[in-house]
Write a protein that binds this ligand. Sequence first.
Ligand SMILES: NC(=O)c1ccc[n+]([C@@H]2O[C@H](COP(=O)([O-])OP(=O)(O)OC[C@H]3O[C@@H](n4cnc5c(N)ncnc54)[C@H](O)[C@@H]3O)[C@@H](O)[C@H]2O)c1
Length: 258
Amino acid sequence: MRVDLTGRVALVTGSAKGIGRAIADRFAAEGASVVYSDMAAPSEAANDPRHMALKLDVTDEDDVQAAIDAIIARYGKLDICVNNAGIGTAPADRVTIDKVRLEQWKRLIDVDLTGVFLVSRAASAAMIPAKYGRIINISSVLGLVPMRLQSAYVAAKAGVANLTKGMAIELAPHGITVNAIAPGSTATDGWRGWINDATSEEKDLHARLMSHIPMGRPAETGEIAHAALFLADPDSAFVTAQIVAVDGGWIAGFARDF
Ligand SMILES: NC(=O)c1ccc[n+]([C@@H]2O[C@H](COP(=O)([O-])OP(=O)(O)OC[C@H]3O[C@@H](n4cnc5c(N)ncnc54)[C@H](O)[C@@H]3O)[C@@H](O)[C@H]2O)c1
């Protein structure tokens, strides 16, 4: 699919690696000026003079406003905002609800849900005067169908899905669409490293997970970026308030016998 994003300015949070990097690179390949932002060192792709590198922690209110101000100062507008930055549940934190530490709960909600709110608030304020915008939030299949031992994550990602719809109906009169992508298990470099070094117990766990996905494999990051490109397309103007699952059929039903 080709989408002409020439002249469009796109912010992608958490784009130093993984899904965010794939989305940012795909938008760049389609002609957009991309703001590669991350709390870690941004991708080297941001060295291209068309693009911009921003160190941004999405949980820091002042940092977020300063980032949007810097984008407007440099480009005069913000057309596309992808709220991708996120953290998962560390293996040691995978416990039942009666054992979840408040500190762990707050950190996850802060990054995965409040971060989306903060960036969307500042981005939409910049988009409203332009009467144009595409906001794309990265939720998760676990925000639609929860998994055990990840209560903060499933709550945050469900929050992102419903926040997406709430923002969409508020921002529609301003020509701004708001949609979410709910990826299933996705093969990032971090995931590949984990699989390479996995213990036999972890490999079993992975095989069980894959048996639950009708396609029998994880998504490639480029496949998530493909969905993001569709939602970022200027011609997708009537697609809003949607949660697009890119999950190989995961949430459609049970893919194995019991
Ligand atoms: N990989 C999957 O299987 C999968 C599945 C469903 C949803 N997701 C979601 O996709 C998004 C990207 O996941 P990924 O697998 O590519 O992760 P990743 O760990 O490979 O990359 C996440 C990036 O976000 C950055 N980040 C973390 N906290 C941040 C903060 N406070 N401010 C700014 N940047 C921050 C990290 O530095 C990192 O570069 C996340 O929202 C995640 O929940 C991933």
